[in-house]
Design a binder for this molecule. Structure first.
Ligand SMILES: [Zn+2]
Length: 386
């Protein structure tokens, strides 16, 4: 990514933090559990195969995971998705500890409580202390809270979709802008819309121009100008903005539980292997930058455990569903991936050979955060110290 794009995205992340995040702090609850209480960061990526990641052929795509993070991690070498290998089912299984069999497109909330609800209800934690920052709105809209009668949205997380917020902020800036040249404005808006549509993974998502967020008019002109430069630079990465907003959330709100969901790798559905590999490399770099923030941010350093894992693999080459394009096959390549744990709960770096499951993560996170044991299909991972 070139520097001007990065600079634009950093500005956009700040703008989003200014204009949209504070409004999301509504919600009841006592003040946070204390500055010294343990914190958990979970970074989830879309589907990546072992072949392109933790295999001799794949190492070159993930230099940071292999060389910078791997040697200090508890590395689970066999992590099974035994549920439905679709995005929403995977993330909601990870975050509830139960295999969820919901609508593949994320139109229904998880059926059992998420770790956010457990943490908030059992420990009386405020909503501002639990966040999800996700690249793909359509597939993660309902991830913040379950439909469980005893829990639900009253105990849910703040969920933000930076790319959508940027669309909204920019659309609003354009609407309110006092540009003398309407033709230019229309052109910028059209380019912006097509840029977003171009990374419209899964054929859903980012063309929504309907929300009513308000921007400070003083910033409108500057954004418009930055945007005009930005759209001329070609396609961009939704994950980059997701990372920048997640980092801003850490700096402003220091939540005890933060989940970041990246999805650039899902460009694979469009059939470009080169773009899929580029998505893996971006994700590798952003996961590392997220860890660097944990290590340099005084609210997080020394008391945070970070987990890194993909939602699932992808189909094997030669499969009827077109190999890496998809993630539907009931095969090792699709079901078995890996997970890395870093930080406070890791007593010594090592490789764990025994197979573990996605549903084991939620009880583990709950235990690290000090929640009483929960009833779930998953089991706490004993390799992590409480
Ligand atoms: Zn997908």
């Amino acid at each position: 990514m070139d520097l001007s794009k990065r600079a634009f995205l950093e500005a956009a992340a700040l703008l989003i933090a200014e204009s949209a995040l504070p409004r999301r702090l509504a919600g009841s609850g006592r003040p946070d559990p204390g500055a010294s209480a343990p914190r958990v960061v979970v970074a989830i990526s879309g589907g990546v195969r072992m072949l392109e990641t933790f295999s001799p052929e794949g190492f070159e795509n993930i230099p940071h995971l292999v060389h910078d993070l791997g040697p200090r991690s508890l590395f689970f070498r066999r992590v099974r998705n035994e549920g439905v290998t679709a995005h929403f089912n995977a993330t909601s299984s990870i975050l509830t500890g139960n295999w969820q069999r919901l609508d593949d497109w994320g139109k229904l909330p998880p059926a059992t409580p998420t770790v956010f609800e457990l943490f908030r209800k059992q420990l009386g934690v405020a909503q501002s202390d639990t966040w999800v920052v996700a690249s793909n709105k359509a597939l993660t809209n309902m991830i913040g809270a379950s439909s469980s009668g005893n829990y639900g949205p009253a105990y849910g997380a703040n969920v933000v979709f930076p790319k959508q917020l940027m669309v909204t902020a920019v659309a609003e800036a354009l609407r309110r802008g006092r540009s003398a040249n309407m033709a230019d404005r229309a052109k910028i808006e059209a380019e912006f819309e097509s840029m977003l549509a171009g990374s419209n993974y899964e054929g859903l998502g980012w063309t929504v121009f309907d929300a009513a967020d308000r921007l400070d008019p003083r910033t409108s002109a500057a954004i418009k100008e930055a945007l005009a430069k930005f759209v001329q630079g070609g396609p961009t990465s939704g994950d980059e903005l997701t990372f920048l907003v997640a980092r801003e959330v850490m700096r402003r709100f220091a939540p005890h539980l933060l989940v970041v969901i990246f999805s650039d790798v899902e460009v694979a559905h469009f059939g470009s292997y080169a773009l899929h590999l580029a998505g893996i490399r971006t994700c590798d770099r952003l996961m590392y930058e997220l860890w660097q923030e944990v290590e340099s941010n005084t609210d997080y350093r020394g008391k945070t455990t970070m987990f890194i894992l993909p939602e699932f693999g992808r189909d094997p080459d030669g499969w009827a569903t077109n190999g890496f394009f998809n993630h539907r096959a009931n095969e090792e390549s699709t079901r078995t991936t890996w997970m890395m744990a870093l930080g406070a709960a890791v007593s010594k770096p090592q490789i764990i050979e025994r197979p573990v499951r996605h549903v084991d993560l939620c009880p583990t996170i709950a235990s690290l955060l000090g929640c009483p044991a929960l009833e779930a299909q998953g089991e706490r991972l004993a390799e992590l110290r409480a």
